[in-house]
Design a protein around this ligand. Structure first.
Ligand SMILES: Cc1cc2nc3c(=O)[nH]c(=O)nc-3n(C[C@H](O)[C@H](O)[C@H](O)COP(=O)(O)OP(=O)(O)OC[C@H]3O[C@@H](n4cnc5c(N)ncnc54)[C@H](O)[C@@H]3O)c2cc1C
Length: 401
């Protein structure tokens, strides 16, 4: 049973998603740690399709990162396994490449990660919202009462609308920035059952009539179930057409997808924001660090954020313990995460911006997809930019003016 929280912790972590729970698992080894989440049930409601490449793929995705041991999770967290990632161009032409991946039951996965944090010694407070932060002082309110606690180091792992980033005066990522107004995507998805899909492949469909400025996905959940959704950029939507309208249009009218989805019934509605603008120039200030979606730690070309959030969480948790034990200054966090995953995040934003231009025209998008090899597509998905693809995209960009 949860007791009143201690008045003081070495480390307080706001947000018990993949980032915060991993941070807590590492910080708690060497520092008194509290992990706080406003959700009454960890992981619910789910705001994710659950696609996570397997360990070997993650090593190739983030070759300079020390992967957290939380990437070793039990089979009970996995709905199904997939082998391929398939891209479908606006014309219907498709290309695919191998990716060994698990599709997670995100609710179960997040709960497993929280269990790991508690096993490492972290205090856990669910149903508790952080309402204000002032220096070391944290106001919390919720089902266990209202308290003020203090912490020497605070980690904001509280997602794209981070209150912690705001409290620290760090630039928010919610609205994008003036020079990157497309830096936030809106995601909407349905869990569906009764669909007839390829259970070995996740599919990514492109075409501006169906998904303006993004892609629609079909992620198998095993059997006749799947998560069907899309990430869209508002600036590219037709006036008066809602995100839900686009998703319904895709499910009912897309020439390929509608054939697979037409018998399906919706069992759950999922929505959220995806920060695809990259990380701000500063991710720590005073006694605060931000990590995961809160810090734009995400691969912008596909909106996948679980791997980078967990690596950033490990780095933040370890750095917090180092700081309170006098082993380093908090600024060390900045250089640590940038050396481990900074390149992938920055490159993926650069590629995303190039692709944004192509997505304005279906014929251009189809031409690009026809010209890029499956191996190079996989590299782009990993936040890499092979020279040949860079030349191609730059050339196309010049042609578009
Ligand atoms: C529809 C959708 C589908 C996606 N699909 C995929 C996918 O298939 N694969 C993939 O890799 N990524 C996917 N993503 C992205 C992925 O979900 C995120 O990148 C990932 O969850 C980031 O983890 P995080 O721990 O940083 O943040 P989150 O998982 O968002 O966790 C933040 C936590 O902070 C808590 N919180 C927020 N504010 C407060 C507060 N004031 N007080 C207390 N607690 C607070 C929230 O309740 C939440 O639990 C998807 C995103 C969306 C929206």
């Amino acid at each position: 049973m949860n007791h009143d929280p201690d008045p003081h912790y070495d480390v307080a972590i706001i947000g018990a998603g993949p980032c915060g729970a991993t941070a807590a698992r590492y910080a708690a080894e060497d520092a008194s740690t509290i992990l706080i989440d406003k959700k009454k049930t960890i992981g619910a409601p789910v705001q994710c399709a659950g696609f996570l490449p397997k360990y070997d793929e993650l090593e190739e995705l983030m070759p300079d990162a020390g992967l957290p041991d939380t990437f070793h999770y039990p089979a009970s967290c996995v709905y199904t396994e997939t082998k391929y990632q398939r891209f479908i161009a606006p014309t219907g032409d498709s290309k695919e490449f191998d990716v060994d991946a698990n599709v997670l039951d995100r609710k179960r996965f997040d709960q497993y990660l929280a269990e790991r944090a508690v096993s490492a010694g972290a205090d856990l407070r669910i149903g508790t919202r952080v309402t204000a932060i002032d220096g070391k002082s944290i106001e919390i309110a919720g089902m266990w009462g209202n308290h003020t606690i203090t912490a020497d180091v605070i980690i904001g792992a509280d997602g794209p609308s981070s209150i912690v980033a705001k409290a620290a005066g760090l630039p928010g990522i919610r609205a994008g920035t003036d020079d990157d107004p497309m830096g936030v995507a809106h995601a909407i998805a349905y869990d569906m059952t009764g669909v007839e899909i390829d259970n070995e492949a996740i599919e990514m469909h492109f075409g501006r009539n169906f998904v303006p400025g993004g892609y629609a996905w079909i992620v198998p959940h095993g059997g006749t179930s799947a998560n069907v959704g899309m990430g869209i950029r508002k600036a590219m939507c037709e006036p008066g057409v809602t995100f839900r309208d686009y998703l319904h249009r895709f499910i009912k009218e897309h020439p390929i997808a509608s054939e697979k989805l037409k018998g399906g019934k919706v069992t759950s509605v999922i929505a959220g924001m995806v920060p695809v603008g990259g990380a701000p120039a500063k991710t720590c200030a005073g006694n605060i660090m931000i990590a995961g979606d809160a810090a734009g730690h995400l691969i912008a070309t596909n909106g996948g954020g679980i791997p980078t959030a967990m690596v950033a969480g490990k780095i933040a948790g370890e750095t917090a313990a180092d700081v309170v034990n006098g082993r380093c200054a908090i600024e060390e966090y900045e250089s640590r995460w940038r050396s481990e995953i900074g390149m992938q995040i920055t490159t993926s934003v650069y590629v995303r911006k190039l692709m944004d231009g192509m997505m304005r025209s279906d014929s251009m998008m189809t031409a690009v997809m026809n010209m890029i090899s499956p191996a190079h597509m996989k590299a782009l998905q990993r936040g890499q930019l092979p020279d040949a693809v860079k030349r191609l995209l730059k050339g196309m960009q010049r042609r578009m003016g």
